[in-house]
Design a protein around this ligand. Structure first.
Ligand code: FEO
Length: 389
């Protein structure tokens, strides 16, 4: 894609990565992603907001081929997918100064070898005039690193938010418009990297809300030309509201745990409780993360391997703990061969989840009538709690 005009003197200069399927060797990218950079030309100075992932550097080089001067590189975030191209930009424009938050300075030096004497830090609310265009820097920490900041271009009513409010989605469309899939992709992205910092998300949303803008231009995905949609979605996701829904990640080695899971799913459905079931050897962990954004309850289905949970359950439980979803209730179910410590081991994996444990249902070997009765009782307990949400 070629550079695209957003406003007079404001161009999108990003790279669309249609084929990337994994981010940080961790996050699935079913729809690819983009690394958005923006060029803002004032009457006196020119600024480049964010660079691109080093893997897409050739595209940024082409975009900049006819740009004779860059005075400022605005590094809103030090992670490589936005800052990785900065050394190249500095080499091409030796006069350029890197503008960043105070916390970003050390990260840019440590991770990217940016020379200290080429960095200028900016305070929260500080402005930089380019001549007829003014960049105001808004510190938005912990969305999702400690140093992250946004940039407000008042004259053109655009706020550039880097990772915050973004989405991993590759598209030829520059603007999100009314596309509902963009919000779904943004929810996945929120779940994967923003959810652990829910209180900071809320406070940063308030700071963004104080600005007057028509466009939100993140550094992943499309530009929001109807910004209320993404702001309202983030306000909902980061609120304390949970849904009458159970997320049920599980593995079954010989079928017994699956019999228990299926019985519980049916029992919950009969009681009006929605369930999302995830078989962990095949599931997309991004889907699991999305489901955790607003579910009220997690039930972990864990067969026993050498006294502890199956490694796939261990991994998913560790991930759920790291993502800090707003779950209120939890339970553990599963079958074991002769002895088990799955409850103790799983309980030790979830210190971040401030949940009330509604019960554990374990059985040796095949589940029988007594186990199914315990599962029915667990479904009753979940329904009762959800009725009071
Ligand atoms: Fe898109 Fe935190 O980098």
């Amino acid at each position: 894609m070629k550079p695209r005009q957003l406003r007079d003197g404001v161009q999108w200069m990003g790279a669309v990565d249609w084929n990337r399927r994994l981010f940080d060797s961790l996050i699935p990218l079913p729809d690819g992603t983009s690394y958005n950079a923006y060029l803002v030309r004032g009457t006196g100075k020119t600024a480049l907001i964010d660079a691109v992932d080093p893997a897409m550097l050739e595209i940024l080089k082409r975009h900049l081929a006819h740009v004779d001067r860059v005075d400022y590189i605005i590094a809103q975030h030090a992670e490589q997918d936005h800052a990785g191209g900065i050394p190249f930009v500095m080499e091409k424009y030796p006069e350029a100064i890197v503008i960043c938050s105070p916390k970003a300075k050390d990260l840019l030096i440590t991770h990217l070898d940016v020379p200290e004497n080429k960095i200028r830090t900016v305070a929260d609310g500080e402005s930089l005039s380019l001549g007829g265009k003014t960049l105001k820097f808004i510190h938005t920490p912990w969305v999702h690193w400690p140093e992250t900041m946004s940039t407000y271009l008042a004259e053109d009513r655009i706020v550039f938010t880097c990772d915050f409010l973004g989405a991993h989605i590759a598209s030829s469309e520059l603007f999100a418009g009314d596309d509902t899939y963009v919000i779904e992709a943004a929810k996945r992205y929120y779940a994967e990297i923003m959810m652990p910092f829910r209180s900071m998300v809320r406070s940063n949303l308030k700071k963004i809300r104080e600005l007057q803008f028509d466009l939100i231009a993140p550094s992943h995905g499309q530009i929001y030309d109807k910004p209320e949609r993404i702001l309202a979605a983030y306000e909902d996701w980061s609120s304390d509201r949970v849904e009458n829904r159970v997320v049920l990640p599980y593995v079954s080695m010989h079928g017994s745990t699956e019999l228990m899971v299926d019985h519980l799913v049916a029992a919950l459905a009969e009681r009006g409780v929605a369930v999302q079931k995830f078989e962990l050897t095949t599931t997309d962990i991004g889907k699991l993360a999305m489901a955790l954004v607003d579910a009220a309850t997690i039930v972990i289905g864990a067969p026993t391997v050498h006294m502890g949970p199956h490694p796939a359950v261990f991994s998913a439980t560790h991930l759920a703990n790291a993502l800090r979803p707003k779950l209120k209730y939890a339970a553990i179910i599963g079958s074991y061969g002769w002895s088990t410590q799955v409850v103790e081991r799983i309980s030790g994996l979830i210190p971040n989840l401030k949940v009330e444990v509604l019960g554990t249902v374990l059985c040796r070997g095949l589940p029988r009538a007594a186990t199914f009765a315990e599962l029915d009782a667990l479904a009753d307990a979940i329904r009762a709690k959800h009725a009071a949400l």
